[in-house]
Design a protein around this ligand. Structure first.
Ligand code: ADP
Ligand code: MG
Ligand code: MG
Length: 897
């Protein structure tokens, strides 16, 4: 058994590893070894959790080894487990390899029973404190280990508080506490049919087992799935000697960060409560004091804490989230970990730490979550409207700015309602007195979170920051009647305002302000700087953002292009740093009101002449779009896909629309209906689309290549460098591509001669049909580039469509058939294998084959890692995801090193 002891300057494990000892255990060992005061304890490694899960029970030799190791803790503390004379009390704490805040439950004060209780009273002379500790122990043990609902205990507690006129828990007198304890024990007896376990060894065994078991509780599973934490890790168990923050006014407990987790500001930051134990700060029941006030209350402790937090930050070279307890003037550290932070804070901290020479730029790149960047680019509330709201006193209240960003939404007071509302396509904003781990799903579905209680380290604040959601906590003017579906606010001017479920509210997580109604938003500093509207140096956020993008560009190998169909999209893409267009879907150019009728005319044509006439009318529109696209992307490649969707998508459906069209273009309604019904397909995804259109209607392809090359020639005349890449969609057979290519080349030659112009154009294909991937060596003969259309390739490889998979895919993900949504993240072993085969075969036929990916996965960091590994030349994604892709491409290189 590899149980590890830590404490009094010692860690038995010289190299405490997180995967083996869990995050908490490994950091407790490290702190002990650094000479930082931690209460001595032992760590049961995660291997034992896996062992437990395989067997379904604890291995028989486990508890004897635990008792053996516990002797070291007894030695280190001078106390004895299960012994009335100076009894050793312990906490039993879970600790997974990846921090999962609030996911698994801790039991405090374990080891108390009638005998040890007496011993403790004799020792401390403080009966109230000991009884309160016992009461808490029964409650936590009853809830976590025995499965008796938390609220049953709370009801008993509240009943007795009311009876004895106690406001705070600490107001309860020993007699009342004894009554509570009796009621608690009766509750346990009734709920489980067994008396509350009095044998400390039995308590310990049951608690250890409960922690292992809690790895598989619903909340933990949900959190792991959300964050892609492997199921196989398991949790460690930490059994640690207790220290008490509830031993009067020279004791307390607190949580702090070495820098501000919300803004990233380099300033020690935190909160504490005097005379409180354990989770009181995080639970948000009492609103805590700011850490600066500790300097006044306990100057020595404060100085020591300052020293330790600096030591920890320089040791870990990262912002730390620290838990501490003070017992009668003596400081103990109970936990440290890399602190969760908002995207804004992660950006600032990473850049600051490079300036401070704590880390290098490469490390900084790995510290910023690529997926968090869109939140930084997200709009903020319009400052003029905010000012107006302020001067018109439309600010309802102000709380703590726990998670920055602007959120508007419909108020909901219960998590289940948030989930229901989101399912209906409306955006909820979750408003609660405080949140608990049961609210995770509701928070996930809300645009923002507002709570009445709690500080910057409360559950709501921590989780919201992890989710990158705007969040305001500790808004004490707010009273939420969760069961009754309304909330009341008394504004600063003393106005009473009621918010009903479904009313619109807005919160500004950067200022902490709460507004009634929906607020207008404007672009963030970064966006404005990217468009050149402000100088990046004028805003730290924009400056740091540009810095990080620059570092990323220096490191990455993959080029990043954008999917853009309009000149506007192309301009956005350029401002975000796109190096070309990877996919321009030409069909989107046909949907404008002045164009669609010609497109429809083309489809409804009875003869080739009629069709060509309609196409002639479309040509100038298309040519103009391309010209502007080339201009926006001057010097960069622009990949243009020939018409792809089935033609019936362009025809009207309702009687009204049909009548209107018939009028407009002088075709009978019957004919429209007839044509629509012939074009109707039972399986459009596999129907008459892609290159099949260009092959059956060559005049469409001819018109498109004309538009592209005429535009290119015009741009050339204006001295703009153009690199059009003409892409044939949905090729599965070599012959399909060669037919289209022949057509394209004949037309191109004629046109370039006509214009007397040289254009450097390429012809290539999308690889999105499995047959194309498997015969890529033949296809590459005619293709100078491949672009993997991962949306279709995924549908066709997996055999289910993205739009119809929702009902079973959710179940598949739950069962782990697929670990991730294969439409969001490339399915490496299936679709990824198609890509590998196509690359290998394609390059064997044409060594200079250019390869890229277009489709949603081109902007997904996990997929980008794969695309980097297999050696694609570029990824293409939506314009707003270009910065994500730039950073993720750099991270992919760093991860592979
Ligand atoms: P979480 O994983 O939710 O952070 P912890 O294991 O850190 O749970 O326990 C929650 C809280 O319980 C801690 O923040 C600390 O205040 C308290 N606690 C845990 N162990 C001890 C201990 N040995 N002595 C005193 N308080 C403890
Ligand atoms: Mg903790
Ligand atoms: Mg496609």
């Amino acid at each position: 058994m590899d149980i590890v002891f830590f404490g009094n300057g010692i860690s038995e494990d010289p190299n405490p590893d997180k995967i083996r000892l869990g995050g908490k255990g490994s950091n407790l060992c490290r702190m002990a070894a650094l000479g930082i005061p931690v209460p001595p304890g032992i760590v049961l490694p995660t291997t034992l959790c896996r062992d437990y899960m395989e067997r379904g029970h604890l291995p028989p030799e486990l508890m004897p080894s635990v008792h053996e190791k516990l002797k070291k803790v007894e030695e280190a503390t001078g106390r004895h487990f299960a012994n009335p004379h100076k009894p050793l009390l312990v906490s039993v704490r879970s600790g997974a390899p990846v921090s999962m805040p609030g996911m698994m439950d801790t039991i405090l004060n374990l080891g108390l029973n009638a005998d040890t209780l007496k011993g403790m009273v004799l020792e401390t002379g403080d009966e109230r404190f000991v009884l309160d500790s016992y009461r808490r122990f029964i409650q936590m043990f009853g809830d976590v280990v025995l499965g008796i609902p938390h609220h049953s205990f709370e009801e008993i507690l509240n009943h007795h508080k009311k009876k004895s006129d106690a406001v705070q828990d600490t107001d309860l007198k020993p007699a009342a506490l004894r009554d509570i304890i009796d009621d608690y024990r009766n509750l346990v007896q009734k709920g489980t049919g067994q008396p509350f376990p009095d044998d400390p060894f039995m308590q310990l065994r049951m608690a250890v087992e409960a922690v292992f078991r809690s790895w598989n509780n619903e909340r933990a599973i949900y959190y792991r799935r959300l964050n892609h934490i492997p199921e196989s890790y398991g949790t460690a168990v930490n059994v640690q000697s207790m220290v008490f923050g509830n031993m009067g006014n020279t004791s307390g407990t607190g949580v702090c960060f070495t820098r501000n987790p919300s803004t990233g500001e380099r300033k020690f930051y935190g909160e504490f409560l005097i005379n409180a134990q354990g989770e009181d700060v995080v639970a948000g029941i009492r609103t805590p004091q700011k850490i600066e006030e500790l300097e006044r209350e306990m100057p020595d402790v404060y100085r020591e804490l300052l020293r330790i937090q600096a030591l920890l930050e320089s040791h870990y070279r990262d912002m730390q989230d620290i838990e501490f307890t003070v017992q009668q003037g003596k400081l103990y550290l109970l936990q440290t970990r890399n602190g969760k932070r908002t995207s804004a804070a992660s950006l600032k901290i990473a850049c600051d730490m490079v300036d401070e020479k704590l880390i290098d730029p490469r490390t900084a790149l790995l510290r910023i979550e690529a997926e968090g960047l869109p939140a930084l680019l997200a709009p903020i509330f319009d400052p003029t409207e905010v000012n107006a709201a302020r001067s018109e006193k439309r600010v309802l209240a102000k709380g703590l700015n726990a998670g920055p960003g602007a959120a508007s939404g419909y108020a909901v007071f219960q998590s289940a309602h948030a989930v229901e509302m989101a399912a209906k396509g409306k955006t909820p904003l979750l408003v609660r007195m405080e949140t608990s781990p049961d609210d995770i799903k509701g928070m996930q579905h809300s645009s923002g979170i507002l709570t009445a209680r709690g500080g910057m380290t409360s559950h709501a604040a921590v989780v919201a920051r992890g989710m990158n959601k705007p969040c305001v906590v500790g808004c004490s003017a707010l009273i939420v009647h969760e069961e009754h579906g309304y909330a009341d606010i008394v504004t600063e001017e003393g106005r009473h305002v009621r918010i009903n479920e479904g009313d619109e509210v807005s919160i500004d997580g950067t200022s902490g302000e709460v507004f009634v109604g929906r607020m207008q938003t404007v672009d963030s500093d970064i966006q404005r700087a990217m468009r050149g509207e402000i100088d990046p140096a004028s805003s730290w956020m924009a400056r740091d953002f540009f810095q990080v993008m620059k570092w990323a560009d220096e490191v990455r190998r993959l080029r990043v292009r954008a999917n853009a169909d309009t000149p506007q999209d192309a301009n956005v893409a350029r401002s975000f740093g796109a190096e070309g267009i990877g996919l321009c879907r030409t069909e989107h150019m046909f949907f404008g009101p002045e164009r669609l009728p010609f497109m429809q005319q083309m489809i409804l044509a009875r003869t080739q002449e009629e069709r060509e006439l309609a196409l002639k009318r479309l040509l100038p529109f298309q040519r103009e779009d391309f010209e502007r696209l080339f201009e926006a992307m001057a010097g960069y490649p622009v990949t243009i896909r020939l018409l792809d969707p089935p033609l019936h998508e362009f025809l009207p459906h309702t009687d009204e629309q049909i009548a209107e069209l018939s009028q407009k273009i002088g075709v009978t309604e019957e004919h429209i209906r007839e044509r629509a019904s012939t074009l109707k397909e039972s399986n459009p995804m596999l129907g008459h689309r892609g290159c099949r259109l260009g092959i059956t209607y060559p005049e469409i392809t001819r018109m498109q290549v004309r538009a592209i090359l005429e535009a290119a020639c015009k741009s050339r005349k204006k001295n703009i460098h153009v690199h059009p890449e003409i892409m044939v969609p949905l090729v599965g057979h070599r012959k399909e591509l060669s037919l289209q290519k022949e057509l394209l080349e004949v037309e191109a030659k004629r046109l370039l001669a006509e214009f007397d112009c040289h254009v450097d154009y390429k012809i290539g294909t999308m690889i999105e049909v499995p047959r194309a991937a498997l015969t890529a060596d033949q296809i590459a003969i005619d293709a100078s580039f491949f672009s993997f259309g991962t949306n279709d390739l995924t549908q066709m490889t997996l055999g289910f469509s993205r739009d119809d998979s929702e009902p079973f895919l959710r179940e598949y993900l739950r069962l782990g058939v697929y670990e991730r949504n294969p439409f969001a993240t490339v399915d490496e072993s299936g679709v990824g294998e198609m890509i590998r085969i196509a690359l290998q075969k394609g390059k064997s036929a044409r060594h200079d084959l250019k390869t890229g990916v277009c489709g949603e996965q081109g902007g997904d960091p996990t997929s980008i890692r794969f695309f980097n590994r297999v050696g694609l030349d570029y990824v293409s994604c939506s314009p707003y995801r270009v910065p994500v892709a730039r950073l993720a491409a750099a991270q992919a290189v760093l991860a592979s090193e």
